[in-house]
Design a protein around this ligand. Structure first.
Ligand SMILES: Nc1ncnc2c1ncn2[C@@H]1O[C@H](COP(=O)(O)OP(=O)(O)O)[C@@H](O)[C@H]1O
Ligand SMILES: CC(=O)OP(=O)(O)O
Ligand SMILES: [Mg+2]
Length: 414
């Protein structure tokens, strides 16, 4: 029996892969990622044990399939990485697919599930395309290795009807699958398990407000271990602003922004159709549009370099607060913890401090030293609360989507 599981997390501009020992809990063997696929320079990060390596690549890797092939070859040909030298060493490949439609759980890929996912691709071309390109490649070039797809949306299958339903014609809504799905669920599942364990509570008694803040950002209200609301919607565009995403705006805005809103974007390809409006709101908005940078660490600083940076920070804080207030009330004020996760949530002490101060009225208080220090590399959950206050505790959780997929894959199959 092959001894490793490969987890793949493909985004629009990056592909990350991690190999794990096929046991529980999974042990990471090697981790590699390529960024800058659509916007060069293309860069490689590689880690095996304590060995870390970064380089800019000369190779032209313009598609997720090229990037994945490159990463696989690189890992297979590393003489120090004897556990993964060829296809025969792989037991399963786990793929993160953002939009899983009505699937409440992961699925093993076969002709039927693949054709279902290909239909869904039309609903979420920007988010599913890269992942499905890699699934297609694996089916063709590694046909003996089962592929399992894990969906960001699956964690939110517990959303109540009144939360998931948009108030539009229900015949049209049902015929076209138009409802709130919610995303970042693989991450929320990791966070719920890790935080419940940290708090020594069963998951089904744990209530949390979790913020997954990265270049795509969302919030989730978890009641008794189940998602009861989340800020993203039919697609990951709704809710909070992101690096290049507007987040929620008045839907009529697109018709005033451009006359060509409904036309195909010039960025569309034969395989991937996106409209001009989708292109603008997903790729040309967010804090990049306000400040010129996608890097939030240039925005969350004490002395911002421009008024635009200051404004971008205030907007992000304002939108997050709106959801915290909303979810605090929906959870009846019974919140075990506010949890910060994702690249920004885990690294920006300033954002955590600003939000915590504004949530003082909920009894939130943080220890500024613990907050400034942040978590150690190997610390999954860190408590930054000040003493045992009246309100929810404040935690940082270093989330790990690749681990979460391997964890569930190995648990169900070993
Ligand atoms: N010290 C920091 N302060 C604020 N933001 C940071 C810091 N370090 C990284 N980030 C931001 O984290 C984001 C990436 O988050 P991550 O969750 O890794 O990305 P993705 O959404 O692409 O999966 C980027 O916007 C980056 O600027
Ligand atoms: C769902 C989503 O927005 O994912 P990401 O943050 O990885 O872009
Ligand atoms: Mg992410």
């Amino acid at each position: 029996m092959a001894k490793t599981v490969l987890s793949v997390n493909a985004g629009s501009s990056s592909v990350k892969i991690t190999f794990y020992a096929f046991k529980n809990p999974p042990r990471a063997i090697a981790d590699a990622q390529i960024s800058g696929i659509t916007a060069p320079p293309t860069a490689l990060k590689y880690q095996r044990g304590s060995v870390k390596h970064k380089e800019k690549l000369q190779e032209k890797l313009s598609t997720p399939q090229d990037a994945f092939k490159y990463l696989l070859k690189r890992c297979f040909s590393d003489p120090e990485l004897s556990e993964v030298a060829s296809e025969g060493d792989l037991a399963y490949i786990c793929h993160r697919v953002v939009h899983g439609g009505d699937y409440p759980d992961s699925v093993e890929i076969n002709d039927e599930t693949m054709s279902h996912l290909e239909k869904l691709e039309e609903l979420a071309p920007l988010h599913n395309f890269s992942a499905l390109e890699i699934v297609r490649l694996c089916r063709k070039e590694l046909p003996s290795i089962p592929s399992i797809t894990f969906f960001d949306s699956a964690f939110h299958h517990t959303l109540p009807d009144h939360v998931r339903t948009y108030p539009i014609d229900q015949q049209v809504a049902k015929a076209n699958g138009l409802r709130k799905y919610g995303f970042h669920g693989i991450s929320y599942s990791f966070i719920l398990r890790s935080v419940a364990e940290f708090l020594q509570k069963p998951q089904e008694k744990t209530n949390l407000i979790v913020m997954h803040l990265g270049s795509g950002a969302s919030i989730c209200a978890i009641k008794e271990g189940k998602s009861i609301d989340t800020s993203m919607g039919l697609t990951p565009l709704a809710g909070l602003p992101g690096a290049t995403r507007s987040g929620s705006v008045d839907p009529s805005l697109v018709f005033h922004y451009t006359n060509e809103a409904g036309n195909l974007s010039p960025a569309s390809t034969k395989e991937m159709h996106i409209s001009t409006a989708e292109e603008i709101l997903n790729k040309k908005s967010g804090w990049k549009a306000l400040t010129g940078t996608t890097d939030f660490s240039e925005i969350a600083v004490e002395n911002p370099p421009s008024e635009a940076h200051k404004l971008a920070f205030q907007i992000v804080v304002d939108r997050i607060l709106g959801f915290i207030g909303n979810y605090y009330v929906k959870l009846g004020g019974e919140v075990d913890a506010l949890v910060f996760a994702g690249g920004i949530g885990e690294k920006s002490a300033m954002l955590r401090r600003t939000l915590s101060e504004k949530c003082k009225c909920l009894g939130v208080a943080i220890d500024s030293q613990a907050n400034d220090k942040g978590p150690e590399d190997d610390e999954t959950v860190k408590d930054i609360s000040k003493g045992a206050g009246k309100g929810p505790r404040t935690l940082i959780c270093q989330t790990n989507e690749q681990f979460e997929m391997a964890y569930h894959c190995n648990r169900a199959r070993s």
